[in-house]
Design a protein around this ligand. Structure first.
Ligand SMILES: Cc1cc2nc3c(=O)[nH]c(=O)nc-3n(C[C@H](O)[C@H](O)[C@H](O)COP(=O)(O)OP(=O)(O)OC[C@H]3O[C@@H](n4cnc5c(N)ncnc54)[C@H](O)[C@@H]3O)c2cc1C
Length: 454
């Protein structure tokens, strides 16, 4: 079957863009952390939306499963194939249109990386509203599919808020172009919104119209140290609603100690917990920051950056965390949003749960505190300890009013836990939508839903 199908696929995209080379497939079957691995039978790289649609139709007709791959930075193993799938990569869908500075928007191919969009916006004196540490690899198609958040969500919202229009190749091989030149358009279902956060289960996004924002002229960045999480959370509660807030990031001092030791990036403040705060606007924000910090229980003096070089140094403390975690082997990751009032209790109990299941593991917490979004990383957690710890941690998250996925999506890692955040009727409705678009369930079969056993 594969041989005939790869010939058909080569006829659609050109022989250079289809491969069954085991070494290539091996490299594409592992997730970003290196923890989860799958199996694929071919990789296909279409160059246009018509080619994506034709590839989908051919795979469906041949009874093959398809896994969609963008930048493969998913932290929930969303691109790991489980059924000898055809891997459909968006890496050739990288056309970048010119920035419309009047309407503040840009049209790009789904395989365009976040960094390319950011640079195009900056060159036009504008900013793109979503930023995350994987910016050089993550694609805007993948980010829309997971409704990614990140370092600027507290100011601009998630990826969904940046999407003005989409091109989508559907599982039946048809293509939808949902673009509007006007700001208000209530003609029928908001179909484009359905594909944001669908994690590639309903169709393949091939192109996007993205919103851009005016660039603030003034910016001030600070890192403050805190003795306890309660005081940090209180500060987070104050700052998240402050006019001009541009970033609000929790950093575990254990993570900063690791970045200081291994990467030479030192955290400039005392305390067990650190909070990176950034304000931005059209006037100098320094006084406003000082005023807002009055009465906040911080340890010693904050480290403040008023110029670009100092701000970059402070940001390195936050951005180095993801890099240093990998030095301890593939980390086990939890991405969760909690009510702010539950964060300290959760953090304390999570440490106990981890010690109970994996005594040698090191828990490290960081995240986007404005949204109560925590990334709990467990370093040195053996594969044997993983299953028990994962289940226990999800139970603890539920007990503290948290959700299954805050911003990374469900992927294949969390599909057994969807019922923790969604009712039976809700899941049934989602399955109805999936079945309407993809009756045979061949597109991204490992993602979001556990397939019913034959
Ligand atoms: C260092 C690091 C930091 C990160 N920080 C954040 C963060 O702050 N906030 C955050 O939200 N996330 C973060 N992430 C994870 C985040 O999910 C991804 O970075 C990004 O959203 C996915 O983009 P991608 O192109 O890599 O998609 P992939 O990983 O390739 O795919 C993600 C999912 O979308 C599907 N998919 C991909 N492209 C398409 C498409 N064109 N059409 C339909 N489906 C598609 C895939 O099948 C998969 O299910 C981080 C990841 C890393 C490694």
């Amino acid at each position: 079957m594969t041989e005939m199908l790869t010939e058909t696929l080569a006829g659609i995209v050109g022989a250079n863009h289809v491969t069954t080379d085991p070494d290539v497939l091996d490299g594409r079957c592992v997730d970003h952390t290196g923890r989860y691995r799958g199996r694929a039978s071919a990789l296909v790289r279409p160059g246009t939306d018509a080619e994506v649609a034709a590839v989908l139709r051919a795979c469906r007709d041949a009874g093959a499963y398809v896994t969609v791959q963008g930048g493969r930075t998913s932290l929930v193993a969303g691109t790991v194939p489980e059924n000898d799938d055809i891997l459909l990569s968006t890496e050739r869908l990288t056309e970048v249109g010119s920035v419309d500075t009047v309407e503040r928007r840009i049209r790009v191919g789904a395989g365009t990386t976040l960094a390319v969009v950011q640079r195009a916006a900056a060159a036009a004196g504008l900013v793109f509203g979503v930023d995350l540490a994987a910016r050089e690899s993550a694609t805007v198609g993948g980010m829309a599919s997971t409704n990614a958040g990140g370092l600027r969500t507290v100011r601009y919202g998630n990826m969904g808020e940046q999407v003005l229009g989409l091109d989508i190749a559907l599982p039946d091989g048809s293509v939808i172009h949902r673009h509007s030149r006007v700001r208000q358009d209530n003609t029928g279902y908001d179909l484009a919104a359905l594909f944001v956060g669908a994690e590639g289960t309903l169709g393949v996004i091939t192109g996007l119209d993205l919103r851009l924002h005016p660039a603030p002229t003034h910016r001030v960045t600070a890192i403050c140290g805190f003795a306890g999480l309660d005081a940090l959370v209180d500060a987070g509660r104050t700052f998240r609603d402050l006019d001009g807030i541009a970033a609000l990031e929790l950093i575990d001092a254990r993570a900063s100690a690791l970045t200081a030791e291994h990467l030479g990036v030192a955290a400039p403040v005392d305390g067990a917990w650190q909070l990176l705060i950034e304000l931005a606007g059209d006037t100098d924000q320094t006084e406003r920051l000082a005023h807002a910090l009055d009465g906040v229980e911080i340890c010693g003096e904050p480290a403040v950056g008023v110029d670009a070089a100092a701000q970059l140094r402070l940001w390195q403390v936050r951005e180095s965390v993801a890099e240093v975690l990998g030095l301890f082997g593939p980390p086990l990751k939890f991405d969760v949003s909690l009510p702010l009032s539950a964060i300290r209790g959760f953090a304390t109990e999570a440490t106990g749960v981890i010690a109970g299941h994996a005594p040698d593991a090191i828990p490290v917490l960081f995240g986007h505190i404005g949204e109560g979004n925590l990334h709990l990383n467990v370093l040195r957690c053996s594969v044997d300890a993983e299953a028990g710890l994962y289940a226990a941690m999800m139970t603890l998250i539920a007990e503290h009013g948290g959700n299954v996925s805050s911003e990374h999506g469900v992927g294949s890692r969390k599909r057994d836990y969807v019922a923790m955040s969604r009712s039976e009727a809700d899941i049934a409705a989602m399955r109805t939508v999936k079945a309407a678009f993809d009756p045979s369930g061949y597109l991204n079969p490992a993602v979001l839903f556990r397939r019913s056993q034959p």
